[in-house]
Design a protein around this ligand. Structure first.
Ligand code: PMP
Length: 363
């Protein structure tokens, strides 16, 4: 009887660090560190969630049929090409479990969503980080990194944590250059926040190409982060293996019901999009006017870059804001030690955070 022997590649990975919700010594915090919705959820979604209580003792529909049908109706898609997950995190993970083996390679952008290298390492695969170009994904860099071991390319579009996006034509160039044996996971977690005309939410790409899986979430613009519900759209060739490893009842009942109401409440979703676009523009303009670089954003957050003066300004600003109860995301682990990521807050929170940044810059 030997010692416990954890999987060695699992022990080699650094776990995901989520946006902080608390700060030592600060009683009440405003959390602008996790890209949650400042608008909250549709009241109809809240109602549907509460109404689910009477069925709490029953397992939910294992196939999330009604939710898939509601999403299909609203987006003009085929319900049998939709798969639901406990957050889009689960969709991103399931596709890798279904297609990636030990020793394979997974490509992602250096400044991309932090879960991608974690997913790769959890399966004994090698994460290959490609440097970004103008804060977005570099199509030529990604194509140059492809080998015969590449199974998945993760592309978050728009990109977290930079907020930048790739136009549809660039994504099409990427797809055209990828081997058909390689899955492009088009992570459109922030699709509902985009106002650029040359962007695609990826449903058309997933419809046209058997090796493109689009993933979406109800956590961001729909404001259902705590319920953990997301969805993917792809060909039977992608969905069949994913459905074989999908846990039964992976999408819980309150989440399924709230998401059905949320996706049908188009007025609320449009209002949330307008709010997000308006305030990210306002934050970008006001923070740029303080002499800080703000990456043009198509999301519900902005990436702020402090001058590289070598005096750890971003870290100091992070500490200053935390002392005043405002939690942003400092990203030294991702090689962005000179940057802070700020989620769009309520009108009042946005005003206060800009005033705090101004006070910090004028100290
Ligand atoms: N993709 C991206 C790019 C994200 O930023 C996030 C959330 N931080 C997710 C996926 C996962 O979101 P969820 O699991 O809440 O759907």
């Amino acid at each position: 009887m030997g010692m416990l022997q954890p999987n060695p590649w699992v022990l080699s990975l650094a776990p995901y660090v989520a946006g902080r919700a608390k700060a030592d010594g600060v009683e009440k915090v405003v959390k602008l560190s996790a890209n949650e919705s400042a608008v909250g959820a549709s009241p109809k979604a809240a109602e549907a969630m509460v109404a689910s209580a009477v069925s709490m003792h029953l397992y939910p529909d294992p196939d999330a049929f009604d939710l898939r049908r509601a999403i299909a109706e609203v987006h003009g898609l085929a319900a049998d090409r939709i798969i639901c997950g406990a957050g889009s995190d689960e969709i991103l993970h399931m596709v890798a479990q279904a297609f990636v083996r030990e020793g394979d390679e997974i490509i992602h952008s250096r400044y991309g969503f932090m879960m991608y290298p974690i997913i790769a390492q959890s399966l004994g695969a090698r994460p290959v980080a490609v440097p970004n170009k103008n804060w977005a994904a570099d199509v030529d860099g990604i194509l140059a990194a492809v080998t015969d071991k590449t199974r998945i390319v993760y592309l978050d579009n728009p990109n977290n944590p930079t907020g930048a996006y790739l136009p549809k034509a660039e994504v099409e160039r990427l797809i055209a250059g990828l081997p058909k044996s390689c899955v492009l996971v088009y992570d459109a977690a922030y699709a509902e926040c985009v106002d650029a005309d040359d962007y695609t939410d990826g449903t058309d790409l997933a419809m046209a190409h058997d090796n493109v899986l689009m993933s979406r979430t109800f956590s961001k613009l729909y404001g259902l982060a705590s319920l953990r519900i997301g969805w993917g759209y792809g060909s039977p060739a992608l969905l069949d293996p994913m459905n074989r490893i999908r846990m039964p009842f992976n999408a819980n009942l309150p989440a399924q019901n709230a998401a059905i109401a949320a996706v049908r409440d188009r007025d609320f979703a449009e209002k949330a999009t307008r709010f997000t676009v308006q305030w990210r523009q306002w934050l970008s303009a006001r923070i740029s006017a303080l002499g800080l670089e703000v990456v043009p954003s198509q999301t519900n957050f902005v990436l702020i870059r402090f001058p590289q003066s070598g005096d750890h300004q971003a870290e100091a600003a992070n500490a200053w804001l935390t002392e005043h109860g405002y939690l942003l995301r400092w990203l030294p682990g991702q090689g962005l030690a000179d940057c802070l990521r700020l989620t769009v807050g309520t009108e009042q929170e946005n005003q206060v955070v800009v005033a705090l940044l101004e006070a910090f810059m004028n100290r």
